[in-house]
Design a protein around this ligand. Sequence first.
Ligand code: 2YJ
Length: 278
Amino acid sequence: MSRLVPEDIAHVRAMLKKHDDELRAQTGRGLLGIAAEAAGLTEKQLKEMVAETRIGVVPLTTGLGIIGGFSDTVQAILSFVGAEVFVTAATDVAGINEALAAGVKQLFMADDLTCSLMDLQSRCTADNGIATGRGFGAALALAAGEIKGKKVAVLGAGPVGRSAVYYFLSKGAKVVLYDKNPACLAHMQSVPGVTLAGSGSEALAAGTLYFEATTARDTITLADMSSETVVSAPGIPLGISDDAMAKHGSQVIQDPLELGVVSMLSCLLAKVAGKYQE
Ligand code: 2YJ
C-alpha cells in the first residue's frame, strides 16, 4: 500500500473541475456519476443522498502522522460533489469529539493502514481500498462501453485490485490477474472467471482493457498500448511509463485521491440505504 505524499495531492483542489471534465470525456460521466455506478445507484439517487450528508474530516497524527493537505483535499473533493463537509480544528480523539459536538452524521478518518468513511447512525463504513477498486472499475467499464464477456487484465492483487476483480466479475467480464507476490495471487486462484497470469505481459496480452493497481512504475509501457487500449490506473505511483503517457495519456483514467474518495461516499450511502451489492 502506498502512503500519499503532499506532492501527490498538491494540485487536486485546483484541478477538480478540469479532472471532472476529463473523466466525462473519457467515460461519459463525472466523478459523481462514476461513483454512483460503482455503488449500484443512479446519479440522481446519489445526488439526493449526498445533499443530506454532514461529514466531519478528522486529521489523525498517529503513526507517520499528518499528510500536509490531505484532510483539506478530502474536504474539497467531497464538497465538490455536493456534500456538506468540514475539517475539524482538533486532531485525533479531540477531533472526533469536536465533530460529534458539531452534529456530524459521518466521520472521515485515515491512519497509515485504513482510510474509512463511517455513518454514525447506521454504523455502516466504507473502506478506501474497496471503494477505489469499484470506482476505477466502474470508470473502466463505462469507458469501454460494455465489458460483459470481455477480458480485463488486472495488475496488482492487493485490496484495490481484488475489489476491482469482483466488480468486473459482477458485470460479466473475465479477469486475467497478475501480481508479483504469489501469496496475493493464491487468494484468487479458485475464483470462477479469474485466470492467473505468470507475468504482467502475459496478463496484458489478454485484451485491450487494463486495470493497474500496483505500487510499481512502468508496469505498462508503450509496447503494451495501442489506440484501442483503455487503462484505469488507481495505483500510486502511476504504473504507466512516461512514453506511454505521452502518446496515450487520454486513454488512461487516473487520479491520486478523487475517485476513491467520492466512491467511498457512494458506497457508504448505498449501504445506508440498503442498496449496496457486495
Ligand atoms: O490525517 C492524516 O493526514 C493522515 N493520518 C492521513 C493518512 C492517509 N493514509 C494513507 O495514505 C495510507 N496509505 C492508508 C490509505 C489506505 C488506502 N487504501
